[in-house]
Design a protein around this ligand. Structure first.
Ligand SMILES: *[C@@H]1O[C@H](CO)[C@@H](O)[C@H](O)[C@H]1NC(C)=O
Ligand SMILES: *[C@@H]1O[C@H](CO)[C@@H](O)[C@H](O)[C@H]1NC(C)=O
Ligand SMILES: *[C@@H]1O[C@H](CO)[C@@H](O)[C@H](O)[C@H]1NC(C)=O
Length: 502
């Protein structure tokens, strides 16, 4: 099986059951966790200020002129205009693979900085996610419809919508700055490169634009996850690393799955070991991604520095305790920190939320090869492109284009290329986040800047400021706002000069 890691969360796609190689995690977690979490979250972390919801009549296909190309669908976007006046900046979140409300609720940073810039805030939903379904509930039915789901169409959607919005607001001269986290951060950076006439700059947080081809070592993602646990405690890392063999051995025994069902407190008896692996795998990977310095509720409600907390649980067992019981207890922190779970749902979860979208993207253009090295805390696994492509063919009837993203957006020798051709992009990354390894971690020019924090996690900078924030996080956000302020000042200065010279 080859699960994908969607950028934010992990969404597992089973492309046949070949080897237990978890090569490609998804940014999103499995659907039911996501659903229960969004349901819980929508109560817990409502945006401080309500955004107004709008629907924009968007064109289906920006790149061909077939009869069907001009079909209209309704693209959802959110607006907050409480600080704005005509001519002032427009801050746009380029939506990624999920409901836009959820990203708005978790990007309090924009609300925090909007007053200072008197900025209009706009969150645009990505086509084929949330409510922005080009073919309604049939959007995922076939390749015919899914064919319109790709990053280039999404970027063009943003461009078309923004032009219309500025026109309607009679504010054509407002500078636009795009923001995005994770896959949304990739979109923000690419938007700035492809549409410099629409966005004056981009803040791309935790955006692994180099996780393609062989630009980033394939094992780096899982090595980085493992490093987080190793840094917390060597014993913790070793227990997790050793738990997979213990699981394998137990499941091979008669009644092994029954015992595992009991140990893992599953709601229904387990049919295979795979779901246990995925369940643990997700807990460890996501917790590494969201190893935030404060209590947070992004993927799941979790305490501050949750990796350290998990390792405390593992290290706290008596020496004779089985590794299985320890990793179960650690994973329970992830799934049951709210203490509300009566049992755990490990398999056969429905996906009624349309989150399969990332699987499609991973099977077409978002091909991110990943392996587990001997040093990682996961069982070693290789990456077999042929096997992956066959799985995609079987599942969707498509053949991936593994080199398309780097052809369309670049990536190789990115520093030399962008030094001469790009500007006004911040790549921010926290080294706790395994996705950081596939992002830009070095300054490229005076205006393509990498902000790297050792203790940061998956787009931690985008979260609302809290009173518990450590100094490095406050400083990171301050620096981001300062740089963006500089871009805006330059823009207005150029604008003024243009008018003066006319
Ligand atoms: C701008 O106004 C037109 C005409 O009312 C409307 O169809 C369109 O949706 C508006 N654009 C945006 C981005 O809301
Ligand atoms: C979740 O936590 C609560 C409180 O500690 C506990 O009573 C419950 O059994 C836990 N659920 C599972 C499935 O372990
Ligand atoms: C990039 O430059 C900024 C100053 O403009 C600095 O604060 C930052 O630490 C540099 N980033 C790296 C990764 O060296």
């Amino acid at each position: 099986m080859a699960p994908f890691t969607s950028l934010l969360l992990l969404l597992f796609a089973f492309l046949g059951t070949v080897t237990p190689a978890k090569s490609m995690p998804a940014f999103f977690p499995r659907a039911s966790y996501y659903q229960s979490l969004t349901a819980k979250q929508s109560k817990a972390t409502k945006p401080k200020v309500a955004y107004k919801t709008h629907y924009f009549p968007q064109i289906l296909d920006h790149f061909t002129f077939q009869p069907k190309s001009s079909k209209i669908f309704y693209q959802k976007y959110l607006i907050n205009s409480q600080y704005w006046h005509r001519g002032a900046p427009i801050f746009v979140y380029t939506g990624n693979e999920g409901d836009i409300d959820w990203f708005a609720a978790n990007t309090g940073f924009l609300l925090d900085i909007a007053p200072k810039f008197r900025a209009l805030l706009v969150f645009i939903e990505h086509r084929f996610y949330g409510e922005s379904m080009p073919f309604g509930k049939d959007s995922y039915n076939s390749v015919e419809t899914l064919g319109y789901l790709n990053s280039q169409q999404a970027l063009a959607d943003f461009a078309v919508l923004l032009r219309s919005l500025k026109h309607n607001l009679s504010s054509e001269a407002s500078p636009v700055v795009v923001f995005g986290g994770s896959y949304g951060g990739m979109l923000a950076a690419w938007f700035r490169l492809k549409y410099p006439h629409i966005a004056i700059g981009a803040l791309a947080s935790s955006a692994p634009i180099l996780q393609f081809d062989d630009i980033t070592p394939w094992s780096s993602f899982y090595d980085a996850v493992s490093q987080d646990y190793k840094d917390a405690s060597l014993n913790c890392y070793e227990v997790i690393k050793g738990s997979w063999a213990e699981l394998e051995a137990l499941s091979a025994q008669k009644e092994g799955l029954v015992e595992l069902s009991r140990t893992f407190r599953t709601c229904k008896n387990l049919h295979s070991l795979d779901s246990v692996w995925d369940w643990l795998w997700s807990a460890f990977v996501y917790t590494a991604m969201v190893n935030y310095p404060t209590e947070a509720n992004f993927m799941m409600p979790l305490p501050a520095y949750p990796v350290k907390e998990m390792c405390k649980i593992i290290d706290g067992f008596p020496p004779r305790a089985s590794k299985i019981s320890r990793v179960f207890a650690a994973a329970s922190l992830y799934y049951n920190y709210s203490r509300g779970e009566k049992c755990f749902q490990l398999e056969n979860e429905p996906d009624s939320h349309g989150l399969h979208g990332w699987n499609w993207q991973a099977c077409t253009e978002m091909v991110m090869p990943m392996t587990c090295s001997i040093e990682s805390m996961f069982p070693p696994s290789g990456y077999d492109y042929k096997e992956f492509a066959e799985g995609c063919k079987k599942k969707y009837g498509v053949t991936p284009r593994p080199h398309w993203i780097t052809t369309e957006f670049g990536g190789k020798r990115i520093d030399q290329v962008l030094k001469r051709s790009g500007g006004n992009i911040i790549f921010s990354n926290g080294m706790q986040d395994p996705w950081s390894r596939g992002s830009v971690l070095k300054n490229i020019s005076s205006s393509i800047i990498a902000l790297v924090t050792k203790k940061g996690a998956h787009h931690v900078d985008f979260r609302s400021a809290t009173k518990d924030d450590p100094d490095w996080l406050k400083e990171l956000r301050r620096q981001e706002a300062e740089i963006i302020g500089r871009w805006i000042d330059e823009y207005y200065a150029d604008l003024k000069q243009g008018i003066d010279n006319a």
